[in-house]
Design a protein around this ligand. Structure first.
Ligand code: GDP
Ligand code: IMO
Ligand code: MG
Length: 424
């Protein structure tokens, strides 16, 4: 009964989509547990590129059930568009299931995401403006609308009227924004409810039964550890729990079913949005990595900030996720970059060395990275399929990352395609 979790170990966009797609080929069930359409997962399969946002990346395997768990926040308009556009490319949704407990992103969540970011001015988080934070706020405030409501028009209308009224008050009286037409929203959302009703099922039961039947389950992570609401760089984080423990709450299963936790990292580091980034390269090298690696957001198109691999943050991820192994992607992007640096520890202004990622930004602000330098490599490694084929400098780099992170590296990505992977 192998049950694998795939999680991001940095600030997102580590190439989880590719790793998920590879592992999904060996899975009987694929499940997503948190986040929403703030995610952007790229899968390159048979020369076709798919950019998935809410739909689990396992969808490309037509016989594999793809489940969206209770911990996800679902934008009905967006998921209907995603289903339509992927269906037009021949993808089947016969096996998609959505938990009725998942919360629904309403138009006022999107409006409030934008307005609160604007209100923060220079201290904005740099959210994806998909309404993620405001939707999770309502969930914990206990006034959210859920997928169950969405497919029951009378319940939905009643709750939407009650919450919508309050939200309009906040939008207009606190932020000076334009109110939403609640009746028009109810009408529009009833249509989404009709479209989505056939997918609604209890994901907790489905996963539990799959586990009992000894099926192979894959839990696909979105976002990443340093974006976790508790274990990330708060407040520059997302509003869910992308760490491995979030999977159990987000899908309604107990932790004993998990057998393997794979963390995905890039061979360097990127971040979209604001917030601390100790190893950031705001120079020509950073620019070269951005251009070579195509580091532009999958969801918002924003240029990603780039920097050296930070072993302090990945060690933090190894610990808080309980990682069994690491997949390191985009090693190919580092060819011809010149000498490579890796942050091995942080140094405080009083000279103390720190091995563990600090819990508060104020402490992090007092830290500077301590680097180890590696000989760079050149040439095209995208055709390598075994560790031994890699240039010696790559092997030294990967082996040292393994030591520094304290976790075996089981996969090395050398290109975006499904087969451009070295399994160790
Ligand atoms: P995710 O959010 O973690 O799924 O990652 P994204 O899809 O947002 O961003 C990762 C990008 O890197 C995508 O464009 C992938 O196609 C690409 N990618 C993944 N692995 C590799 C790799 O090993 N090498 C290269 N060159 N690109 C990769
Ligand atoms: P995947 O799954 C990278 C970032 C946003 C912002 C912060 C909060 O593709 O790795 P939100 O809209 O969630 O309230 O924004 O989190 N963020 C991501 N960055 N990859 C993602 O997902 C992200 N999802 C959210 O840029 O800094
Ligand atoms: Mg992404």
């Amino acid at each position: 009964m192998p049950a694998n979790i795939v999680v991001g170990t940095q600030w997102g966009d580590e190439g989880k989509g590719k790793i998920i797609d590879i592992i999904a080929s060996r899975a009987d069930v694929v499940v997503r547990s948190q986040g929403g359409n703030n995610a952007g997962h790229t899968v390159v399969s048979a020369g076709e590129t798919y950019k998935l946002h809410l739909i689990p990346s396992g969808i490309l395997y037509k016989d594999t059930p793809c489940l969206i768990g209770a911990g996800v926040v679902l934008d009905p308009k967006d998921i209907c568009c995603e289903i339509d556009s992927l269906s037009a490319r021949g993808i089947s949704f016969d096996n998609l299931k959505i938990d009725p407990r998942a919360h629904v992103i309403m138009p006022w969540h999107i409006t409030l995401d934008g307005l609160s970011e604007k209100f923060r001015g220079n201290s904005d988080i740099g959210t994806t403006k998909r309404g993620i934070g405001p939707c999770y706020m309502d969930k914990y405030e206990r006034c959210g609308l859920r997928v169950y409501d969405l497919i029951h028009p009378e319940i939905f209308a009643e709750k939407a009227r009650a919450t919508g009224k309050l939200k309009n008050k906040i939008i207009t009286e606190v932020y000076g924004g334009e109110p939403h037409n609640i009746e028009a929203i109810i009408k529009e959302y009833n249509e989404y409810g009709k479209k989505l009703a056939k997918y609604v099922d209890d994901v907790s039961v489905l996963v539990y039964n799959a586990a009992k039947e000894n099926k192979t389950i894959m839990f696909e992570g979105a976002q990443a550890t340093l974006l976790d609401i508790d274990y990330g760089t708060y407040p520059y984080v997302t509003s869910s729990h992308p760490v491995s423990a979030g999977v159990c709450v987000g899908t309604g299963v107990g932790p004993m079913i998990i057998t393997n936790i794979i963390g995905v990292a890039k061979a360097y580091t990127t971040r979209v949005g604001k917030g601390p980034f100790p190893t950031e390269l705001e120079d020509k090298t950073g620019e070269t990595i951005r251009n070579k690696g195509g580091e532009f957001g999958t969801t918002t198109g924003r240029p990603r900030r780039t920097g050296w691999f930070d072993a302090v943050i990945v060690r933090h991820s190894v610990r808080v996720n309980g990682l069994s192994s690491l997949a390191i992607n985009k090693l190919d992007t580092l060819s011809d970059i010149g000498p490579l640096k890796v942050c091995v520890a942080y140094k405080k202004s009083d000279g103390t060395l720190i091995d563990d990622f600090p819990p508060a930004l104020e402490e992090l602000a007092d830290c500077t990275p301590v680097y180890e330098t590696f000989k760079g490599f050149s040439g095209d490694i995208s055709g390598c399929r075994s560790f031994d084929e890699l240039p010696e400098e790559c092997k030294v780099y990967i082996q040292r990352l393994e030591e520094l992170c304290g976790c075996p590296i089981s996969m090395v990505g050398v290109g975006p395609a499904r087969d451009q992977i070295i399994e160790r």
